[in-house]
Design a protein around this ligand. Structure first.
Ligand SMILES: CC(C)(COP(=O)(O)OP(=O)(O)OC[C@H]1O[C@@H](n2cnc3c(N)ncnc32)[C@H](O)[C@@H]1OP(=O)(O)O)[C@@H](O)C(=O)NCCC(=O)NCCS
Length: 242
């Protein structure tokens, strides 16, 4: 337990440019305090002292704003920056050297039982306000952008952003594999409008916009774009003959 606490302090020293001394980190950092309590609560939980474990974890949650279920599995070197508003669910698993910023939720979707929280592999960074929901896996070395909502597995060494989360970088390169396309209703609506606009422009003989994200969506293989009737008001029906 003490070895893990030492690593938690080390990771704050390494990853927070504002950290001045190990003593300051131990004494004042909410993330380090929450991990201290979590390590004790997790130990109590492993000895089947469930109530004591919950009392410790809830006390820490009230003091730090970081709620970690005692049953969650957390590796070494977790750095929780700032802290407030973080929730780590009962069946969540976190590897080594992970960074979490304020407002991150590793939660369930509310639909599952059993393993219902995310698995975060080593060296992952989850930015402020990101929500990872359900038993999904965030692959090693990946980054989740601020404010993203991730509902599907993320491969290793990717950057995922947006709501719902989409892979935009893989190993630092722009990600263009549209087979991995995650449906986004707003973007799809833009794609439909863009497609119709291009056809109109073609008919009147003017050049269309060369690039937009929605054009990429319209060009990707799974996109048909012919469901415009879905949003078109139905033709008024005449009265049924008696
Ligand atoms: C995602 C993040 C980690 C950057 O990762 P990266 O792999 O270096 O990715 P890039 O900066 O190259 O951005 C990739 C693309 O995603 C977009 N993007 C980045 N962050 C985004 C976000 N949070 N939401 C939506 N889009 C985002 C970029 O504009 C870029 O778009 P482009 O391909 O059209 O140019 C970073 O943008 C981020 O969200 N940092 C937040 C850190 C944080 O929480 N700080 C709080 C400290 S208190």
């Amino acid at each position: 337990m003490f070895k893990s606490l030492k690593k938690d302090i080390d990771s704050a020293m390494q990853r927070d440019p504002a950290a001045r001394s190990r003593f300051e980190v131990w004494l004042t950092y909410a993330g380090v305090k929450a991990l201290r309590s979590y390590r004790l609560a997790h130990w109590l939980y492993s000895k089947k002292m469930f109530l004591c474990a919950r009392v410790v974890s809830q006390g820490a949650a009230r003091r730090t704003g970081i709620e970690i279920h005692p049953a969650a599995k957390i590796g070494e070197g977790l750095f929780i920056d700032h802290g407030h508003g973080i929730v780590i669910g009962e069946t969540a698993e976190i590897g080594n050297n992970v960074t979490l910023y304020q407002g991150v939720t590793l939660g369930g979707t509310g639909k599952g039982t059993g393993k219902r929280h995310p698995t975060i592999m080593d060296n992952v960074m989850i930015s402020a306000g990101a929500k990872i929901l359900g038993p999904v896996t965030i692959g090693e070395g990946s980054k989740v952008g601020a404010g993203s909502v991730v509902l599907k597995d993320v491969p290793p060494h990717c950057t995922v952003v947006g709501v719902p989360g989409r892979v935009v970088r893989m190993r630092g390169e722009k990600f263009t594999d549209m087979d991995q396309f995650v449906p986004d209703p707003v973007l799809e609506e833009f794609a439909r409008i863009n497609k119709r606009l291009s056809e109109l422009e073609k008919n009147v003989g003017i050049s269309s916009c060369k690039y937009s994200i929605s054009s990429e969506v319209a060009n990707q293989p799974n996109y048909s774009g012919d469901n415009t009737t879905k949003n078109t008001p139905a033709e008024p029906k005449g009265e049924e003959p008696k």
